[in-house]
Design a binder for this molecule. Structure first.
Ligand code: CMP
Length: 138
């Protein structure tokens, strides 16, 4: 393993018409999109997806926000995908993200931070399977 990561383009970025530019930057960085869909999560869906954060003070805000509009969910393939993708998207807080990263370019705030990227190979598989049951075929 080690060559797959999972991403979501978040409601702020979808609502600001950034799907195209963000996917272009992902492609230009050498990631293959191996699964992709546009959907809207319920608050319960978002709660299950982010269950690891359930004791954090921002959990309610996070799940409310992530269910506030459509998102793009995708599975990406590249060598060292998790690490490489986290470099591409930049720090969680966009005010701390490196110039040229996706969050520095497109995010509005720490909550509305444009894009999600898995933090480990294990979570990449769990998160991919959350949205794509057909992933077993990849
Ligand atoms: P993400 O990479 O999707 O994983 C968890 C998300 O929680 C994170 O991006 C942020 O959008 C969000 N988050 C982290 N810290 C805070 C915070 N202090 N306030 C609001 N949201 C946060």
């Amino acid at each position: 393993m080690g060559n797959i990561t999972f991403t979501m383009i978040k409601p702020d970025a979808v609502g600001s018409h950034y799907i195209g530019p963000i996917l272009e930057q992902i492609n230009a960085a050498g990631f293959q999109i191996i699964a992709l869909k546009l959907l809207k999560m319920s608050k319960e869906d978002a709660g299950r997806f982010y269950v690891v954060h359930k004791d954090r003070p921002f959990y309610n805000e996070l799940t409310q926000y992530m269910s506030s509009g459509p998102i793009v969910a995708a599975v990406l393939q590249k060598d060292q995908a998790v690490t490489e993708f986290r470099k591409l998207i930049g720090a969680t807080d966009p005010s701390k993200a490196e110039p040229g990263t996706i969050r520095q370019r497109f995010a509005k705030s720490i909550a509305a931070n444009a894009i999600h990227g898995s933090d480990s190979d294990e979570n990449a598989l769990i998160e991919s399977a959350f949205f794509f049951s057909e992933l077993e075929r990849f």
